[in-house]
Design a binder for this molecule. Structure first.
Ligand code: 5CA
Ligand code: ZN
Length: 413
């Protein structure tokens, strides 16, 4: 699939500390240690509706990781998928009397526009589920051959399931006990009651064709990919096993990332799928998680249409720490707009206090598990001093603006 357009990232003199991130599997903040090429996979959208602020917050989080790595001189191989074949697409298309392919294409196009407007750096590989069906089929064949997956005894719908106990380390990513797994499996797209499964937790990897559903040929009959296997296949075939960061919202901790990891680990027989599993908190509205099923959504495109500066959306979402569940409110937006105006005013001054310390603090806070509240505070302090009292350094406004552009993705000019 076509990715979106790149934004130039200016280089910032000097260097920051190495990035440390919280790893869900190890339950601690620890250093990320990429090689020359840093490798990241972030779960993409299911394109049946427009991008809301929850999605945006998640992609902005991983955009910071991308920018920090670039600032440290790494080449970044960033991969993202688009779940362009899934039940929600068919349901919405049916409701609106539209072709599901057209719906997916339109919402994906809008997502690209939103990402560009927010200055999110594009993935190198942007891959749809439809494009990766052959990759999924190859994996399923491997699982069936090794006994990691089985075909249910149902001549009408011979679906293929992956055994939750196919790997020894199943459960290490979420760290959940069985009751918690059962709970989230049922809540987040699983089918514990499907007759013929050996364990209610076993995960669908190939769904036999149902009437009216699209299908692709396979050795197990016509059908379509399961969900977790889509991300396992797309990541494995582009950045291999043992890549640096697997990202997504906290709603993907289980079962999605647990099974993607188990699929990949069963296929390769090697260690961990990802070295860090990084999860963002949920953005809410009116006391509830923002989600398509609840309908309590604020769309990026709607705000853009109302003339809200995407840089203010960016600052509003980065004002809270990425791991905390937090609400989007009018106040969050107003604060972000005021902050952006202050920063722009300071960046436009002829001279200001030296920005060197502030840039160093910006890098330090970001490297410390993306501590954006402190990073933004540091810039606020400099900007307020600059606007209130001026300063002697004629290079400081441009130097600060360059660092804010490169590291936070906010254009102050
Ligand atoms: N296509 C799958 C991933 S393979 C999917 O979850 N799509 S999605 O459109 O539902 O979500 C896209 C991304 O946004 C996921 O990483 C998800 O965890 C994240 N996300 C969804 N809702 C929120 C929210 N309210 N706050 C923060 N992140 C969210
Ligand atoms: Zn995914």
């Amino acid at each position: 699939m076509q990715s979106w357009s790149d934004t130039a990232v200016p280089s910032v003199p000097g260097q920051g500390p190495a990035l440390r991130l919280y790893d869900t599997a190890d339950r601690q903040v620890r250093p990320v240690t990429p090689g020359r090429t840093a490798k990241m996979y972030v779960c993409g959208i299911t394109p049946y509706d427009a991008t809301h602020l929850g999605h945006a917050a998640t992609y902005l989080t991983f955009d910071l990781v991308n920018r920090i790595w670039r600032d440290a001189g790494h080449d970044v191989h960033y991969v993202q998928n688009v779940t362009d074949v899934d039940d929600p697409l068919f349901e919405r298309a049916e409701r609106d009397g539209e072709d599901w392919v057209v719906l997916g294409m339109r919402e994906t196009a809008l997502f690209r526009e939103d990402m560009e407007a927010l200055r999110v750096l594009p993935p190198r590989d942007y891959i749809g589920a439809v494009e990766s069906v052959n990759e999924v089929v190859e994996l399923v064949e491997k699982f069936v051959a090794s006994g990691a997956a089985y075909v249910v005894d149902d001549p009408e719908y011979p679906d293929v399931y992956f055994r939750a106990d196919a790997t020894d380390q199943f459960g290490y990513e979420s760290g959940y006990d069985r009751a918690t797994m059962d709970h989230f499996f049922a809540e987040r797209g699983g089918d514990p009651d499907r007759p013929g499964k050996k364990d209610p937790l076993d995960a669908l990897v190939w769904r036999a064709q149902r009437p009216g559903e699209p299908s692709w040929p396979s050795p197990f009959g016509p059908g379509r990919p399961g969900w977790h296997i889509e991300c396992a296949a797309i990541a494995l075939n582009r950045i291999g096993s043992g890549f640096d960061v697997q990202g997504g919202g906290s709603d993907l901790i289980f079962p999605h990332h647990e099974f993607s990891a188990a699929h990949a680990e069963s296929a390769t027989g090697t260690g961990r799928f990802a070295r860090h599993y990084v999860h963002t908190g949920m953005i809410g509205l009116d006391g509830e998680k923002m989600s398509k099923s609840r309908g309590n959504l604020v769309f990026v495109s709607k705000l853009r249409g109302e003339g809200v500066d995407p840089a203010a959306i960016r600052l509003g979402l980065l004002a809270g720490h990425y791991r905390t569940d937090r609400a989007w409110t009018d106040e969050v937006l107003a604060d972000a707009q005021a902050r952006l105006a202050l920063w722009r005013k300071a960046a436009a001054l002829e001279s200001a206090p030296s920005a060197e310390d502030t840039i160093a603090r910006l890098r330090q806070h970001l490297a410390d598990d993306l501590d954006t509240p402190k990073a933004l505070d540091a810039i606020d302090g400099w900007a307020r001093r600059a606007v209130d009292h001026g300063g002697p350094d004629a290079t400081a406004p441009a130097a600060l603006a360059t660092a804010v552009d490169a590291l936070l993705g906010v254009d102050l000019r």
